[in-house]
Ligand binder design. Structure first.
Ligand code: ADP
Ligand code: ZN
Ligand code: ZN
Length: 736
């Protein structure tokens, strides 16, 4: 029997993404399918766009359903398997399916008017009618041919009005062209690059991967930086494509995904390669989506959201730099981890998932090791030696009356490096100028009025900024508490390091790279390009510069306050710190020049620092995994984090207590309180965020799926008053 009602999904301003039921007219009953875009009447708004997402013969409540007006396109945009996959995500991360669809399916598909990104170009036409000043501009253009308008404006130091006038008097022509941010449209591949012969170690890794194709294995390729992991991936991709299957390739961020896509296209061809991430234009998403559906795209590369692209018939999923936390979306919901979702996708496709890293996630390493899926590559391609790491004990520096941020050894090394015309990287993993602003008279530390967190001074803007919310204020002249003028910006941030470096090395070309130094999108890509062209001597930055840089002329890396990363009150802080230091050390000595690395620290004997110095992952892992086991942290349990937040501190706390009590009652009754430990509630480490007080309950689940379902079932029955918000973070990356 044919269904009476269709469930359709809409996205309406002010209401958000929701589903509604509509009657299916007789004439449409035979052709209507899940995934089709349709038109439906919606109150005073008239006809609106929607997708069909389900069918039923009953209405949930006593409502009068209206008719679906029209099927816009009989070809569905997605199918039922795809919806099921998204449903799994919604279940696992405890959020609504609407929420997941909103994140996965470009909702702009619903808008009939397609807005494209466009770019304006100008071309020289003639000198007729031009004034003397205008001629200068036109002369510049004449030699250039067709030029991007914005770029040209900058270069010719002219304004849009001038250019428009010139266009009106027919001296030049303005054309508008559609552009996509797809890197593949920027260059054309002529000839495909050859595959190099693999080294024995690479070959061995490859054959192990080949053996596992067609099985649902979770492979970890642990290879030191520059061991040639990418070539191993590429050979595996070739094999999978030959077998008629497709490949999904994830990179932790958009910039890396773009670089990767170019490499893939050069090897496998532009026509079968595509990129997918959150900031490609809707028009392009639509194109890629259609091409994927027609099976024209064989390799899809992208950042975490690419895991939701409707790629079918997948034979291999590759996750490069798999340890990166950018794979997890923390805000907004769905708080999904692309690595976990990819695993589910691999299971549906019965294909292996191949993770690669020089510093794997502790969990991945543990699972791979215990399932015999761990592949290792220990040698750098070309046998370049690993950079030599020196640990500088800053306590000794102070003892010898050097109270600066740079140790004498590092200053010497930088000076020598500048002399040799080599490049230097300085890591200071903290944004801003200082770390807190304190009144020396009364001791008051200036905090964000909305969050219980010190405000941080930014030297460029001369303001205090909160790094957890948008709050920004000018640096007060007097202490807000006692009125004294003795305010001091204490501690060290990356801006302070930059200013001091400029004083120490006045002739060097120094550039800072962090999220504050970028006034426009993709500026960090530009900075990295300038750096690799050799136009920057010293690049100073936060963890942003620890990734992906592959620059043979970098021979020196200095880390200021190497302890910084270890001191966060979070069970992953050692892992994060170790990864950061190892990655940044790997930036030195990629060419023929051996690299030198300096870690400046106040805690030289700390195990994570020592193992990072030796670049000894295994030794780090052995110590860390023992600590995880001792405290039942992942991989020995899975964590679900509940946060109850409210403007009313008392009510948030009471509510958290009640939920914890009820949870404790049930687990005790069922005698599962040992494998399903309920911890808390306690105030979050960041107690107050954006004017809301926060209390958390941590659940350590050792019962796998059963425990997971148990908790989520419980939570689905929790009813909260309007002024209290419950945030559920499944497998959280931090617990701050
Ligand atoms: P990783 O991803 O492990 O850091 P890459 O795959 O980027 O390393 O390899 C490092 C460098 O070595 C690259 O420039 C790459 O082209 C080169 N390379 C790796 N393997 C080979 C090979 N078998 N033949 C020739 N060049 C190789
Ligand atoms: Zn004061
Ligand atoms: Zn704040």
């Amino acid at each position: 029997m044919l269904n009476k009602y269709a469930l359709v999904l809409t996205s309406i301003k002010g209401i958000g993404v929701k589903t509604f039921s509509y009657l299916i007219p007789e004439s449409l009953k035979e052709i209507i399918q899940i995934g089709q875009p349709v038109l439906v009447p919606f109150g005073r708004m008239g006809l609106i766009n929607a997708f069909v997402v389900g069918f039923s013969n009953y209405l949930p409540e006593n409502i009068k359903a209206k008719n679906i007006s029209k099927i816009l396109d009989t070809t569905p945009i997605f199918d039922i398997d795809y919806l099921k996959f998204l449903e799994w995500v919604a279940d696992y991360y405890f959020c609504s399916i609407q929420n997941v669809i909103e994140c996965a399916v470009p909702m702009k598909f619903l808008n009939t008017e397609k807005k494209e990104l466009s770019q304006k170009f100008i071309e020289f036409v003639s000198f007729e009618n031009a004034t003397k000043r205008q001629k200068e501009i036109l002369e510049l253009l004449q030699n250039k041919g067709k030029t991007d308008l914005i770029e040209f404006e900058k270069e010719a130091k002219t304004t849009r009005t001038t250019i428009n006038k010139l266009a009106q008097s027919k001296c030049l022509k303005i054309t508008e062209e559609q552009i996509y941010r797809n890197p593949l449209n920027i260059f054309k591949t002529q000839e495909l690059q050859d595959f190099p012969e693999l080294l024995p170690e690479q070959q061995e890794a490859y054959s192990q991967i080949e053996k596992r194709l067609g099985t649902h294995s979770r492979i970890l390729l642990h290879g030191v930086t520059s061991s040639g992991k990418t070539e191993v991936y590429f050979k595996a991709i070739k094999k999978v494509l030959e077998s008629g299957k497709n490949v999904l390739f994830l990179a932790p961020e958009i910039a890396l995904a773009s670089v990767l896509t170019k490499r893939l296209a050069k090897r496998f061809g532009t026509d079968i390669t595509a990129i997918w991430h959150s900031s490609i234009s809707d028009g392009e998403k639509f194109d890629v989506w259609q091409k994927i559906k027609n099976n024209e795209i064989r390799i899809l590369a992208g950042a975490r959201s690419a895991v939701f692209a409707p790629l079918k018939n997948i034979g291999l999923i590759i996750i490069d730099e798999e340890h990166e936390s950018a794979y997890k979306q923390t805000m907004p919901s769905p708080r999904y981890d692309a690595r976990t979702v990819a695993q589910k996708l691999a299971e549906y496709n019965n294909c292996p998932i191949l993770c690669g890293s020089a510093t794997p996630d502790i969990n991945s390493y543990y699972y791979a090791k215990n399932s015999n899926n761990l592949l290792e590559m220990k040698k750098r391609y070309n046998d370049y030696p690993m950079a030599k790491v020196k640990i500088i004990d800053m306590r000794e520096e102070h003892f010898r009356a050097n109270n600066g941020i740079f140790s004498r050894a590092l200053v010497n090394a930088i000076e020598n490096n500048l002399k040799d015309k080599k490049q230097t990287i300085i890591l200071m993993n903290r944004r801003g100028f200082s770390t807190y602003t304190q009144c020396l008279a009364c001791g008051e530390v200036i905090e964000c009025p909305k969050c219980a967190i010190p405000l941080i001074f930014h030297s460029q803007t001369q303001t205090l900024k909160c790094h957890y919310c948008e709050h920004e204020e000018t640096l007060p002249e007097k202490c807000p508490k006692c009125g004294s003028e003795a305010l001091k910006n204490c501690g060290t941030g990356v801006q302070k390091v930059e200013i001091i470096a400029q004083k120490l090395f006045p002739d060097a070309r120094i550039v800072r790279l962090d999220s504050d130094s970028m006034s426009k999108k993709n500026q960090h890509i530009e900075i990295l390009e300038e750096f690799s062209k050799g136009n920057i001597d010293i690049l100073i930055g936060t963890q942003m510069l620890a990734k992906g840089l592959d620059n043979p002329n970098v021979t020196l890396v200095g880390v200021i306050n190497a302890d910084n990363s270890f001191n966060l009150p979070d069970f992953r802080s050692c892992e994060r710190g170790f990864q950061l230091l190892t990655q940044v050390a790997g930036r030195a000595g990629r060419g023929d020049n051996p690299g030198e690395v300096y870690f400046q620290t106040y805690n030289p004997d700390f195990f994570a620092l020592e193992t990072a110095k030796e670049q000894n992952y295994k030794s780090f892992y052995e110590t860390e995994i023992q600590a995880r086991e001792d405290f039942d942290y992942p991989p020995f349990s899975k964590i679900i984090r509940l946060i109850l937040s409210s403007k009313n501190q008392y009510r948030a706390e009471r509510c958290a207590q009640e939920i914890a009590m009820r949870l404790n009652d049930i687990v005790e009754k069922r005698q599962i309180s040992e494998p399903l430990a309920i911890l808390g509630p306690c105030a979050c480490i960041i107690e107050k965020l954006q004017e809301k007080y926060r209390f958390q309950i941590l659940i350590k689940n050792k019962l796998e799926d059963k425990g997971h379902r148990f908790i989520l079932n419980f939570l689905s029955q929790v009813k909260l008053p309007d002024d209290i918000k419950l945030t559920v973070d499944v497998d959280p990356l931090d617990i701050l």
